[in-house]
Each structure stands twice: as structure tokens, then as C-alpha cells.
Design a protein around this ligand. Structure first.
Ligand SMILES: [Zn+2]
Length: 431
């Protein structure tokens, strides 16, 4: 599936980094490290040459919110299919969520996940990092063993899929964050609303309760208030969907609180107006909201209020997605299409190329503390890049999906970019 070259050169490629765009340059990689980045490089004998003319090279992506379903949910995703989907989307590292079977809330389960992941990581070159849960078995009752999990090497704590309702549990999570330096990732949702879709014609037509923005924003407001007592803690809001939430984050940032947040490609691309039939791929948590929310999310991503993009890749077998919105599980996949959504937003003028590199790669890499390995393309660094044909555009079909599950809300959407190859150290994965 890949070629390994101890010495290769990518010729005449457009290079995007967070420092800017170079229209044509040669890049030489020796033993997996970038040896030189220069115009008209004199080729030495023995180097494998890849013609990059007309194509763009940018740092491989980092996706900090992925439901890899490992361990224990092979009917939804396996380590092999999940990491292949990441690779095909130009993503070189992922952060896996702990709502697995069993929950990742102990070292034993971490070890079981690593056992399942090892071979797939080796085959794809994609690194998978783990999160530990905030509460044992995601029950919202008692705290997970934070210090043990941190010592083992989890990158963050989250009960993703469920909001942490109890104030005291949030306090113990923030204490652990201050102690370990790891962020607390909140799926901000006060339960009890019983809703599935944002208020609107489709929600009314289906006769289901609305999922109010306040369920999200109220929890974020509560969390930020508690955070004031723990100045060394790091609070991160997963998949922001509503402009109200963004305003809270923006205010907290201005007050120098340690708050970050992310947005998904589907919340950037769609609004609730795009849900015109009972296609259950559009049942996700949080739901798509109105065009004003989408505009606020796009603006917030461009101006830095939103720190980076994360897919919330949530694969489900066809039977779990059900026949209608009422019975379907929540979630859409997204690993294969994230970069293509962002490339389209660059062409549309929503993001600059530099900002794309930041939100797709360098910022999430810094967030996970892996930015020495991935997130930039410059002399002396390990190679982690993705080569794309930006001039190409196509309609997403199931052939574009490598996840075991096909519940992508992007099926049928026309997106820019053809991902031609991914480079991870000495490996060249050409598609
Ligand atoms: Zn979530």
C-alpha cells in the first residue's frame, strides 16, 4: 500500500504552510526528514523523484475528535478501516474518543486499545492517541483515575457523547487538568430536552422535539464559571454548533481564561436548511443549526475564536443509523472529507491557505503536544505532508469512503480537491 524511499524529492510543488504560500519549490526528504526546501534543487543520484507540478503540498492533518470505536465496536469501525479513512483524508494523527466497549477509563482498557491499534498504525503510518473518560464508564457519577491515565499517556479527558452535568465532577476534572496539564474536552449538552434537530421546518414536519442551542451554551457558561476557580486548568469545548456558545468562548478568551474550542466540517458546510428529507446521516450531536450560526462558525474559525477543526467522525453500522430520525443513532463520518471541505472554503474566500494549515494541522498538533512530529513542513523536521490537486472537484460517493461505515452527510456534495498522496516519514502513499 506504500513505497518506502530513503531519499525522495517532490519537484515543482506549491507549498502551503502557516507562514504562507510558495508557488513552486522542490522538497528533498532523506531518511524521513526534510533535508531541503528550495527552488531548482540540484538532483543527486539515487533520489526518487515525484513530480508535484500543478499540485499543492501542505502539512498532513491532525484530527482531535474521532470515534475510532476501539476497543470493542468492530461492527462500526476497526482500527484498520478508521486509520485508513484518516490516511485517505490526508490526516496523519487522530485523537480517539473513549466511548468504546468498554469505556476507556482504566489502564487495562488503554492497553487493549493499543493492542488493537498497533498493526493499523504500522500499516497506515497514522498515529492514534487516546483520551480517557472524565467519569467512570461515562456514568457521570464518579471520576476516572485521572493521574494513572495521565501517567499512562492519554492526551485528554472527555465524556464525549454526554455532557458532565454534576458541578462537583467538573471541579474534580479541572483539578486533574491543572495537575496533569491535560485538557478537559466537554461535549456541552444539558440533557432533558429530548430533541434531535434544531427548531425548523424539518423538525416540525417530523414532529420531534427541538434541540435548543441553550442545552449547549448553558453548559459552557456553567463550565467557564467553574473554571475561574482553576486558573491552571484547560477547558476545551468540543464541536461548537451555536453562535451563543461562540460568544461565551470569545468573552472567556478576552478574559485570558484557558479556553479553546473546535468546529466540525459539517457545521461549517451545512445549515439546518439543508436537511430536506429523512437522511439519517444528518442526525448528529450537536445538530446543524441555522445559516446565521453557520456564518458565525465560519467567521469564528477565520478570526481565531475557534481554534481548529475536528471531524467528530462517528461511524455506525447501517442498522444503528435506522430508518428515520427518531430511531437513528447520532453521528456522521468525516475523516475522508474534512480537508476537501476546507479546500473548498479556501476557494470561496472563507479561509486563507495559511489559516487552513493552522486549523487542519498545526493548531491541533500543538493542542495534543505532537507539533514536533506533525503540523509544519520545513527543513530539519520529520516529513508529514499531503499532496492535493486543488483544481479537481468531484461529488462525494461511497467510493470516496474508506471507513467501515458509510453514514457520511457529505455523500452527494461537490467538494474541491483530489488527495493524490500522503507522505509520512520515508513512506509515500500514492492514491
Ligand atoms: Zn460529542
Amino acid at each position: 500500500m506504500y513505497h518506502a524511499y530513503s531519499h525522495y524529492v517532490i519537484k515543482n510543488v506549491e507549498l502551503w504552510t502557516e507562514r504562507g504560500v510558495i508557488s513552486s519549490v522542490d522538497l528533498e526528504v532523506i531518511d524521513g526528514h526534510i533535508h531541503s526546501v528550495e527552488k531548482d534543487l540540484i538532483l543527486t543520484k539515487g533520489a526518487h523523484v515525484i513530480n508535484g507540478n500543478g499540485w499543492t503540498l501542505l502539512p498532513a492533518g491532525v484530527d482531535p475528535q474521532v470515534h475510532l470505536r476501539v476497543p470493542g465496536q468492530a461492527e462500526k469501525e476497526t482500527a484498520g478501516t478508521g486509520l485508513l479513512a484518516a490516511l485517505r483524508g490526508g490526516i496523519g494523527a487522530v485523537l480517539s474518543m473513549p466511548n468504546t466497549k468498554p469505556t476507556i477509563d482504566s489502564i487495562e482498557v488503554c492497553e487493549a486499545a493499543v493492542l488493537e491499534l498497533e498493526e493499523a498504525e504500522h500499516m497506515t503510518g497514522v498515529k492514534a492517541y487516546l483520551t480517557g473518560s472524565i467519569t467512570q464508564a461515562l456514568k457521570g457519577k464518579s471520576p476516572a483515575p485521572y493521574e494513572e491515565l495521565a501517567k499512562w499517556g492519554v492526551k485528554a479527558f472527555t465524556d464525549d457523547g454526554l455532557g458532565v452535568v454534576d458541578d462537583d465532577l467538573m471541579r474534580s476534572a479541572f483539578k486533574a487538568s491543572a495537575l496533569t496539564g491535560l485538557p478537559i474536552l466537554q461535549h456541552a449538552e444539558f440533557p432533558g430536552h429530548g430533541g434531535v434537530l434544531a427548531a425548523g421546518p424539518m423538525q416540525e414536519k417530523l414532529g420531534i422535539a427541538p434541540y435548543p442551542a441553550a442545552a449547549e451554551a448553558d453548559m459552557v457558561a456553567r463550565d467557564i464559571n467553574i473554571l475561574r476557580d482553576y486558573p491552571k486548568a484547560h477547558y476545551h469545548v468540543l464541536h461548537v454548533s451555536a453562535h451563543e456558545t461562540l460568544e461565551l468562548v470569545s468573552t472567556a478568551k478576552k478574559q485570558a481564561l484557558n479556553v479553546t474550542c473546535e468546529v466540525t466540517p459539517h457545521h461549517l458546510w451545512f445549515s439546518s436548511d439543508d436537511i430536506v428529507d429523512d437522511r439519517t446521516s444528518f442526525k448528529m450531536n450537536p445538530p446543524l443549526r441555522g445559516v446565521a450560526d453557520r456564518a458565525a462558525l465560519r467567521h469564528g474559525l477565520a478570526d481565531g475564536t475557534i481554534d481548529f477543526v475536528a471531524t467528530d467522525h462517528a461511524p455506525h453500522e447501517a442498522s444503528a443509523k435506522g430508518a428515520n430520525f427518531k430511531t437513528s443513532a447520532f453521528g456522521t463520518t468525516g475523516l475522508e472529507t474534512s480537508l476537501r471541505v476546507l479546500l473548498t472554503l479556501v476557494r470561496e474566500g472563507v479561509l486563507s491557505p495559511q489559516r487552513l494549515v493552522q486549523v487542519f494541522s498545526s493548531k491541533p498538533a500543538q493542542f495534543l503536544g505532537i507539533d514536533k512530529d506533525i503540523g509544519d513542513i520545513s527543513k530539519g523536521r520529520p516529513m508529514a505532508g499531503v499532496l492535493v490537486d486543488r483544481q479537481s472537484a468531484s461529488i462525494i460517493t461511497e467510493d470516496d469512503l474508506y471507513s467501515l461505515s458509510k453514514n457520511s452527510c457529505f455523500l452527494g456534495e461537490k467538494l474541491d480537491g483530489k488527495i493524490q498522496a500522503v507522505f509520512l516519514a520515508d513512506r509515500y502513499y500514492a492514491f
